[in-house]
Design a protein around this ligand. Sequence first.
Ligand code: 1GP
Length: 248
Amino acid sequence: MSVEERLNKIVDKEGAVHLTLIDPDSQSPEIAGNIAREAYNGGTDAIMVGGSTGATGTTVEQTVQAIKSACDLPVILFPGNAGGLAPGADAVFFMSLLNSRDVNYITTNQAIGAPIVYKQGIEPISMAYIIIEPGGAAGWVGDARLIPRNRPKLAVAYSLAAKYLGMHYIYLEAGSGSDKPVPVEMVAAVKKAVGQKTKIIVGGGIRDGITAKERVKAGADMIVTGTIVEQVNDIKGKIEEITEAIKS
Ligand code: 1GP
């Protein structure tokens, strides 16, 4: 079964998927492996590996290896650019930052990265990346024309464009460590427009079960959390709080 099929099956069966994001630039591969194991014990469904800065080459490769040996979860690359690709992962979110002003983040890194993905035999999962205010480092690095938080219609417009372009997943990103997660009204409007088949991922600034659950109730199929695993001592307990809140 492909990683995409596996994730979609979890959405069907359990109501939502939880993804733990590990930035290889934030800790040693060994600690990344420990975080992944704890998140696995807390019920997370897959590990994403990536970051906007410093997550390239051997740093990514060694982190992927450490996570693979620490737990039995799929590892999905979440590259900031083509340099974030590395062998050993199960899949890659093959994404285009649709609301970027910079063609590098819309199609050029994708063209540079595609032959690498092909050669390494990593499963590409087609994804639109849409950055919402405040946008964090990803918004700045990706030169995104940030979608205002009070303009759900603009998020819907980009999301429908993503669907019509054939993308399977749509990631609504508020930015890592954001003080404001993507508004519930925006998630609901996007889900209503794109329907069941296109999966909505929501991340950025989600730190507790209630915030995650509200977004799943609004229509998010997958929730990403990253920063919290770097902040709490009880990683398993924190991830459990979120997975228990979002799964039916
Ligand atoms: C960032 O959406 C992810 O790309 C996760 O955000 O670090 O705020 O959980 P946090």
